[in-house]
Ligand binder design. Structure first.
Ligand code: DCP
Ligand code: CA
Length: 406
């Protein structure tokens, strides 16, 4: 589904807060980070200071050498935290779909909000105005159909900027930009890419994903998508997706092992698919059973390694199920499976062995086909018994009670 994402980032944040508290600093080269005779680096430089080449991370002594008349301020974190709180409160007034990325940066999902504000562009103008009026702070906003493009647009529009990238224009917008503009490309990745003759994002976009993968692993695939202006990441609300689960109540209480296993297999596939969609991996698998007398049990197992493979999730679920059924002879009313204990994929990349990689490839192919032809386009042997029991739709089986998420 088409989305509209805003990325809002405050300009020269620490410096701007200092300028609100002391307006005499406005329009001047200002550095927050410490006294110039101290060891340490620039945390934030005003745009006037940046004109002299100053930037975050630069040693303070260098900053003073480049711009002797810059005003150096020690700074204090509590002021910045307070300003950040005001900033986030304003954003939350505009959309509940808010994901803060640290103190001075946030994504807003504003899909469908144009009717309230006239247009998304006007909405962004209103947001900037309120941040200016109520917190005294300058901000920059990028608007696009996905996070990565919105973020880069905000960055490019700085300071006090606003840039909207139309749907379909993502690739051509990114193409001429230097690769360093892509978040995640640091010195090391940049050097490798340069050695391959890649300098701008458009060149990176044309490198096959498999080539980037051979150099950078999973990160290479992400780079390929981002360079092409593709980014499925959702705006994550705080506390969102601490677990993903699916459960369903049977039409009739049952002890039929093949039905129980098939249903669990199906729910496990749904959980795995959603995990992959979210770009997460989980370490903990939980089985839930409710018996005929409404007693409800959960049984969990923690993996040594996080996974997003439904095959792994389901096979653990089945083991937990077999054990639970051997301990309790009642009919089963409800069955569910969930995962928790999330990690970002890619963190443990080097530990992947070939069987994991093959599973990853397989599941990517499955997800692709299902995206195109519907969930039941691919069925594993285990869940086939459901075919005779439940009606099928593009979105999967219509179970007796819907399998709830989260
Ligand atoms: N920060 C820091 N050390 C760094 C980078 C940043 O202490 N190496 C702090 C100070 C910044 C704040 O985080 O004010 C936000 O970081 P940004 O990268 O967003 O930088 P600014 O807000 O200062 O500038 P910009 O206008 O480029 O966003
Ligand atoms: Ca900033």
């Amino acid at each position: 589904m088409a989305r509209t994402i805003m990325h809002i980032d405050l300009d020269a944040f620490f410096v701007s807060v200092e300028q609100v508290l002391n307006p005499e600093l406005k329009g001047k080269p200002v550095v927050v980070g410490g006294r110039p005779d101290k060891r340490g680096v620039v945390a934030s430089a005003s745009y006037e200071a940046r004109a002299f080449g100053l930037h975050a991370g630069m040693p303070l002594v260098t900053a003073r050498r480049l711009c002797p008349r810059a005003i150096f301020i020690e700074g204090s974190f509590s002021k910045y935290r307070e300003a950040s709180h005001r900033f986030m409160t304003i954003l939350a007034d505009f959309s509940p779909y808010l994901e803060s990325m640290g103190l001075d940066e946030a994504y807003l999902d504003v899909t469908g909000f144009e009717s309230i504000h006239g247009s998304i562009y006007q909405m962004a103008v209103a947001i900037k105005q309120r941040i200016k009026d109520e917190a005294g702070l300058p901000s920059s906003i990028g608007i696009a159909g996905c996070k990565i493009v919105a973020k880069i647009a905000a960055d490019l529009s700085k300071p006090d900027g606003l840039m909207e990238i139309a749907v379909g224009e993502e690739r051509s917008f990114l193409a001429p930009l230097p690769i360093a503009k892509l978040p995640g490309i640091g010195k090391k990745t940049g050097t490798v890419l340069n050695s391959l003759g890649i300098r701008v994002i458009g060149e990176l976009a044309n490198v096959p994903a498999s080539v980037l993968k051979s150099h950078f692993g999973t990160f290479g695939e992400i780079l390929h998508r981002h360079a092409n202006g593709i980014d499925d990441r959702k705006v994550e609300l705080p506390g969102a997706a601490k677990s993903i689960s699916r459960e369903t109540t049977f039409g009739q209480d049952t002890r039929d092992h093949s039905l129980l296993k098939a249903t669990l297999g199906y729910l496990g596939e749904r959980v795995g698919a959603e995990l992959r969609q979210e770009g997460s991996q989980a370490r903990c698998v939980t089985l839930k059973l409710r018996y005929a007398d409404f007693t409800t049990i959960t049984r969990r197992h923690t993996l040594t390694r996080a996974t997003d493979a439904h095959q792994t999730i389901t096979s653990i679920g089945l083991k937990l199920l077999a054990r639970a059924l051997s301990q309790e002879k009642q009919l089963v009313r409800l069955i569910g499976i969930g995962v928790s204990n999330f990690t970002e994929p890619g963190r443990q990349l080097d530990m992947l062995d070939t069987s994991d990689q093959r599973l990853e490839q397989l599941n990517k192919a499955i997800d692709r086909i299902r995206k195109k032809y519907g969930f039941t386009a691919i069925q594993t042997g285990r869940i086939l018994p459901l075919k005779d029991i439940f009606p099928e739709s593009d979105d999967g089986y219509t179970l007796h009670t819907p399998s709830l998420s989260r």
